[in-house]
Design a protein around this ligand. Structure first.
Ligand SMILES: [Zn+2]
Length: 350
């Protein structure tokens, strides 16, 4: 198994100290698990799951699952921002087959997306979805939740931050951008259950580890590890083929999360965005964040200020990646802020 090591930070002790203390509380990991469950019981399934692919005038996502290992199929979204052209289908999510149910990793950008994903998967195995696990709070990854709750009675496991930061009726990015026949039926519902640290469980004979890594890409990130298939579901802690959006992220939290993932034995890794799923899956993410760390620190040591930092750290190695022009400058500015003053208070921007 390829073990990926990330070189130690080469900065002055003065620059490093406030940084470490800023990160330690968010990314501290413990093997002990605390588990919390929402007070309300999940409602029972109201009706049986539909199998028709596209109803009436609904947007047709034309979803085709790709089998990535023996019991895992994933849907891969476009390397783009959400638009009406892609219907918000620009992130990855996966179906994991167990003896008596599908276990899901993320649910996509809308109710209609989720319904069509299930219709495609039910042709592979006619199993219900009883467990949904979420990677993080960005809405391209979980607005399909209410389909699986309403139709399958699924238990939704995700970050508690979704319950704090998103409420029924909030107009999130997808509600603003998508067309009516794409977002129709989508409703923000709370997660039922959340966990800190390493949460290990077995469903239908399959072992899983749902691992919390604190503030990496977002305010609260998780990855899912499936030892039987040596598979890691990385969420947005890993992207390839495109630049990440570090708008809520932490360079140091990301590096630590990538290191934690690489302590597990894996051969397949599913990024939150991107198509590379073999042992090279996280190479771009490791390179982007280590270069970002080293070059922003170096520029700061050379007295480059917050105005000059974007020009000083172009990371030209990534300039041909998708979304570089849109996101890289913002990522550099946030890295400067993190290294200068620590991460700001999480601002929820729907
Ligand atoms: Zn994200």
């Amino acid at each position: 198994m390829l073990k990926k090591m990330i070189n130690p930070l080469v900065v002055s002790a003065i620059a490093l100290l406030p940084l470490m203390s800023a990160c330690s509380s968010d990314t501290s990991k413990t093997e002990s698990t605390s588990t919390k469950t929402a007070a309300k019981e999940a409602p029972a399934a109201q009706k049986s799951a539909p199998v028709e692919a596209v109803a009436n005038d609904e947007f047709d996502y034309k979803l085709e699952p790709k089998q990535v290992s023996e019991n895992v199929w994933c849907f891969f979204g476009a390397l783009d921002m959400p638009t009406q052209e892609n219907g918000g289908n620009m992130s990855n999510n996966c179906y994991i087959k167990t003896k008596d149910q599908w276990v899901l990793w993320d649910t996509g950008a809308s109710y209609i997306y989720a319904k069509q994903a299930y219709a495609a998967m039910s042709k592979i195995a006619d199993l219900p979805v009883k467990t949904v696990l979420l990677s993080h709070e960005h809405d391209d990854h979980w607005l399909g939740n209410n389909y699986y709750k309403e139709v399958h009675g699924a238990n939704i496991v995700g970050p508690e931050s979704i319950n704090k930061n998103y409420h029924d009726g909030d107009v999130t990015r997808m509600f603003r951008i998508l067309a009516e026949n794409q977002i129709r039926g989508t409703k923000i519902i709370p997660v039922d259950e959340w966990h800190d640290g390493s949460y290990k469980f077995n469903i239908g004979g399959v072992d899983f580890e749902y691992m919390s890594v604190g503030n990496g890409h977002s305010v609260s990130d998780y990855f899912l590890y499936m030892p039987s298939e040596k598979a890691i579901f990385a969420g947005d802690l890993v992207m390839n083929g495109r630049i990440t959006s570090n708008r809520d992220g932490s360079v140091m939290g990301q590096i630590e999360a990538l290191e934690t993932m690489n302590t597990r034995e894996w051969t397949t890794m599913i990024p939150g965005h991107g198509f590379i799923i073999d042992e090279k899956a996280d190479d771009e993410s490791i390179m982007y964040f280590t270069l970002m760390r080293d070059r922003v620190e170096e520029a700061m040591d050379n007295d480059i200020d917050s105005i000059g930092i974007v020009e000083a750290v172009p990371l030209e190695e990534f300039k041909d990646k998708k979304m570089y022009d849109l996101l890289h400058a913002l990522n550099v500015s946030r890295a400067y802020m993190e290294f200068d003053m620590g991460l700001p208070e999480h601002e929820v921007i729907h």
